[in-house]
Design a protein around this ligand. Structure first.
Ligand code: FPP
Length: 254
């Protein structure tokens, strides 16, 4: 499909979007960089760089249509077991990419957050990410949360440890209390729509607490191919779902 017809398709799809029912928090499992690199005959790291370029377009598009939170699964706790050259290249990419995009994000009123286990992050990368969080903290548009060194189970373990350290009694433990001790608990709400690219159909330990009632959307598109048309397909699919949160259809429609 040519760029022009892709733009036309985007316009047609935009006309179908219900602007009053935009998911407030979209989480994306950005998968398929390696397969895209292989498909195009390039090293894996080129796939990750191409994936990083996608981030900019999707952040801009989501911000334009009123998404309040976009959280991206960039590096899981399990990803440390990848070849060490790939791990160090990814860590470098995260901070250099976000530093490079810092002013563009600021011009678009985007806020930035880190979500993950801070203590085992490389200190230099953590410092650079914290600087960017601070630089963009007053912005009021979309919050871009990058999940690095993140695992949903680890997040719950860390929340439980913090609760025990504060001396709470068993009868004081509630779902709200656990939610309040998750990473970025003061900022990040539950996930409304979770997207995974590359045809895999699992959620791989991403936002397991916050995604308890998420709508799931899986697409065969590889992350470096995921553009605003693909994002619109996900949003239109979301808007056709009925979110019941344990109630009956009749109750939801009443
Ligand atoms: C999964 O593809 C992707 C990752 C582990 C890294 C995601 C990182 C980026 C998109 C880079 C930029 C991100 C930011 C926030 C600047 P894979 O390597 O598992 O692909 P494969 O399954 O095809 O091998």
């Amino acid at each position: 499909m040519t760029n022009q017809s892709r733009e036309e398709l985007k316009k047609e799809m935009m006309a179908e979007v219900d602007m009053k029912n935009i998911p407030a928090h979209i989480g994306i499992i950005m998968d398929g960089n390696g397969r895209w690199a292989k498909k195009t005959g390039q090293p894996r790291i080129v796939g990750h760089h191409e994936g990083a370029r996608r981030v900019k377009n999707i952040v801009r598009f989501c911000n334009d249509i009123g998404v309040k939170h976009l959280s991206l699964y960039a590096f899981s706790i399990e990803n440390w077991s990848r070849p060490s050259l790939e791990v160090s290249a990814l860590m470098r990419l995260f901070s250099t990419y976000i530093i490079k995009e810092r002013d563009g994000l600021n011009a678009e009123n985007v806020r930035f957050e880190f979500c993950g286990r801070r203590e085992t992050m490389p200190p230099k990368v953590m410092e650079e990410l914290d600087n960017i969080v601070n630089y963009l903290r007053k912005n009021t548009g979309l919050t871009l949360t990058v999940c690095i060194n993140y695992g949903g189970r680890a997040e719950i373990v860390d929340a439980v440890k913090a609760i025990i350290q504060k001396g709470y009694k068993p009868e004081e433990i509630t779902e709200d209390l656990i939610s309040q001790h998750l990473y970025c608990s003061d900022i990040l709400p539950d996930v409304d729509l979770m997207v995974r690219t590359s045809g895999e159909m699992r959620t791989s330990n991403f936002h397991i607490w916050r995604a308890a009632y998420s709508e799931l959307y899986f697409t065969p598109a590889l992350w470096p191919e995921f553009d605003s048309v693909e994002m619109l397909k996900a949003i239109l699919a979301y808007q056709k779902r009925e979110r019941r949160f344990g109630m009956t259809s009749e109750q939801v429609q009443a």
